[in-house]
Design a protein around this ligand. Structure first.
Ligand code: HEM
Length: 410
């Protein structure tokens, strides 16, 4: 497709800050999104695995993983919104074309997500305490939940994939010249790319289990050594075996890149990403006994997070290479209509409101698990962080409506 046609599809209003900001935020928030997706999928799979077992330790893990899965679905959704906004801002000609071509699936995305999440809760209510009973009730609900959540991810993959081929849009919209405006079809996907992103959940969940293990080691009341051993060995297997599968799917994805981007497969982006991912999966083995000391048990997850940011950058570089290198569309030359208020509000909200609220929640979450007491009571200092966070949110809402009112009456 002609680059001028693509440029004509841009929002004439321009963007409110430099496009590179949206690009960077898009990559960073996508990395957070996919990390939450990985923990969600890994925790859901381990829930099923443990629930079918007769072993008390595996059942205990299943009960914990079910809670982890419930929370991580909501985190994956909330954090997924951020890259969705950023991709729409700088890649709107591509993103909306791709969405319209498969509109049914875009709308279905929400319905399927709701059903998938509900199915997880059906399983939860049917198996509230997996440690107290021996069997598992209604396992099908968890299988359905995982399947539907995967469909949701697949829809996102399709939208991302279709936007990379503007030269095929007209043929997809009007096959053989006959318009099909139904939006019911999925036009493009690369199964290896999708499986690559999904299989990453194995090593990421392995790193998550190692962090959990280290956290439990710090408990004041002490922790069952057998449970810690189960977590350790499972984490290692997930990292190594999962890592191998990831490398295979990654190689197949690169081997099946469209001809116009085939050269990307051996680019420094891919090599650096491969080194980061392989380094992460080998890290637990390299650290060995050190994992039980200091903060080392958390290192694989932290390094994994950095590896995901590197992966997100390479994923973005591939998109840039195709859309700019092949089709002449440069997301960085978007017209800027600088809006300082919204830019400062965004970063201020993120740093001040987000910082205070997260500091409170993470401190409480950390201390609850470590405390020996049956009922945890936060210290006055922690209480204060919570109170400050709430007042900051109130102040945020007041300024938001005050500015809106001022602009309205001005
Ligand atoms: C809960 C199940 C979900 C799963 C399993 C999932 C999985 C994925 C995967 C595998 C990708 C990478 C696709 C690719 O690059 O080929 C992706 C991208 C993305 N996902 Fe999710 N996702 C889920 C939910 C969501 C939700 C609820 C949102 C938004 C509210 C969302 C927003 C995004 C965005 C914006 C992208 C990147 C689009 C782009 O950069 O082109 N995801 N997701």
């Amino acid at each position: 497709m002609d680059a001028s046609t693509l440029y004509a599809l841009r929002d004439a209003a321009g963007v409110p800050s430099h496009p590179v900001i949206f690009l960077i935020l898009g990559v960073a928030t996508w990395a957070l999104h996919i990390a939450a997706v990985h923990v969600m999928l890994g925790a859901s799979a381990l829930t099923l695995w443990g629930a079918f077992s007769k072993d008390d330790l595996k059942r205990r893990l299943a009960a914990t993983m079910l809670n982890t899965a419930k929370v991580s679905v909501s985190i994956a959704i909330v954090i997924g919104v951020a890259p969705l906004l950023f991709v729409q801002v700088i890649y709107d000609p591509f993103w909306y074309a791709s969405n319209v071509l498969s509109a049914w699936w875009v709308i279905g995305f929400i319905v399927i997500l709701i059903l998938g999440y509900l199915a997880m809760y059906v399983f939860y209510y049917a198996n509230k305490d997996l440690t107290a009973k021996k069997g598992v009730t209604c396992p099908g609900s968890m299988v359905i939940s995982i399947a539907l959540l995967l469909v949701v991810g697949f829809i996102m993959h399709v939208l991302t994939q279709q936007m990379l081929s503007p030269e095929k849009w007209v043929e997809w919209y009007a096959p053989n010249g006959v318009i099909n405006a139904s939006g019911q079809k999925i036009h493009d996907y690369n199964i290896w790319r999708f499986l690559f992103f999904i299989s990453l959940s194995a090593p990421v969940t392995g790193a998550w289990l190692l962090a959990m293990r280290r956290y439990l080691q710090g408990k004041e009341a002490g922790e069952d050594a057998n449970y810690l051993a189960l977590l350790g060995s499972l984490a290692q297997k997930l990292a190594i075996i999962g890592g191998l599968v990831v490398v295979v799917f990654g190689a197949l994805w690169m081997a099946t890149l469209p001809e116009k981007a085939a050269g990307f497969a051996l680019s420094p982006w891919v090599i650096v990403t491969a080194v980061a991912l392989i380094g992460t999966v080998l890290l637990p083995t390299l650290l060995g006994k050190k994992l039980d000391t200091g903060f080392w048990g958390f290192a694989p997850f932290a390094v994994g997070a950095v590896a995901l940011i590197i992966l997100g950058t390479a994923r973005e570089a591939l998109r840039f290479t195709i859309l700019y290198g092949v089709h002449g569309y440069n997301p960085l030359d978007y017209k800027i209509v600088m809006d300082w208020y919204s830019t400062i509000l965004f970063f201020g909200t993120f740093a001040i409101i987000g910082g205070a609220a997260l500091a409170y929640m993470l401190t409480v979450a950390w201390q609850v698990g470590q405390s020996k007491e049956k009922v945890y009571t936060p210290s006055p200092a922690v209480d204060k962080i919570g109170t400050v966070a709430i007042w900051l949110i109130v102040a945020w809402m007041v300024q938001f409506f005050a500015i809106g009112f001022y602009v309205w009456v001005r």
